[in-house]
Ligand binder design. Structure first.
Ligand code: ADP
Length: 289
């Protein structure tokens, strides 16, 4: 199983005639609301890929529909707490050129308790995967707990924060970075991906594919990307991560796990939206590129 300590966000997307200036009041020409948050995206991806994905998180009073939707997508939601703090949300302004500006309110995602995480993980089995990203509190505490319980601890260093990654590094078995995050981590620590003391480091490179650094053998493996015409790259990395972990949880070797994930990531960039459009394993296997 995959235990995902992760964010749940309501994405509110407003189309605007131009970006608002300070002091300006501006009417949006359209509005769409969807489920988002890196945590939720990764839980949905892992579940759609066939894993038992158990989300550990929190929502506020107006977020019940997010839990319903996660359940609909196959995520185990029994460890999502309902609390009095507002549900995390992103207010996303998009101008006619497709440029965006985002206000993010972490809300309930940042008030998780160690108790809640401990309670959830008490049902985990050694060898299960614990996944963490940088959109909740309690990251290092959870990672340490996971390590003690014999779980494989995976970390997606997004949104990037050098202190947050470094706090989890001692407990980490797998690390997911995109190209920019890999450069930021190297700048902060002086260590390139192959210098980190982590068993598996995976760097995604967008249309250039992805690269695996094996911390035991020192081997570096490149997985090519598939050729598609991108329309919206939102959620590609999250989908890739969820798919890799679901495949590893099924016992597939890393190269196969990444090959499957790159098909899922490629499909994702051909679609608008986040959690709501993540493909399932059948679609990923049957897709023609
Ligand atoms: P992030 O969204 O975190 O920045 P990337 O952009 O590196 O992550 O994308 C994650 C993965 O999704 C890539 O490794 C690749 O497999 C797939 N992907 C992303 N963009 C494209 C693209 N333009 N064409 C094909 N595959 C893509």
């Amino acid at each position: 199983a995959i235990w995902n300590l992760g964010s749940i966000n309501i994405d509110m997307v407003y189309a605007l005639p131009h970006m608002p200036q300070p002091g300006e009041t501006l009417a949006a020409t359209s509005f769409e609301q969807g489920l988002g948050g890196k945590g939720a995206n990764m839980s949905v991806a892992a579940a759609r890929a066939g894993a038992h994905a158990c989300h550990i998180g929190a929502i506020g009073p107006e977020g019940k529909w997010c839990v319903d939707r996660l359940t609909e997508y196959g995520v185990d939601t029994r460890h999502i707490a309902q609390i009095d703090t507002a549900t995390g949300h992103a207010i996303i302004a998009v101008d006619p050129a497709g440029e965006n500006q985002i206000i993010l309110y972490p809300g309930a995602n940042r008030v998780l308790s160690e108790d809640q995480i401990g309670q959830a993980l008490s049902a985990a089995n050694a060898g299960d995967i614990l996944l963490i990203q940088n959109e909740t509190n309690m990251q290092a505490e959870a990672a340490e707990m996971g390590r003690k319980l014999g779980l494989r601890v995976a970390y997606a260093a997004a949104p990037f924060d050098a202190d947050a990654v470094q706090a989890v590094l001692p407990f980490m078995d797998l690390l997911f970075l995109n190209e920019v995050e890999a450069a930021q981590l190297e700048e902060a620590t002086g260590k390139a991906p192959h210098d980190l003391d982590v068993q598996d480091v995976i760097v995604t490179l967008g249309a250039k594919g992805a690269r695996h650094f094996d911390g035991r053998s020192g081997d570096v493996t490149d997985i090519p990307a598939l050729k598609v015409t991108p329309v919206d790259t939102t959620g590609a990395g999250d989908t890739f991560t969820g798919y890799v972990l679901a495949a590893l949880d099924r016992g597939l070797p890393m190269a196969q796990a990444m090959a499957q994930a790159s098909r899922a990531g490629a499909l994702m960039v051909t679609r608008h939206g986040a959690a709501d459009v993540i493909p399932d394993l059948k679609e990923v296997q049957n897709a023609k590129f």
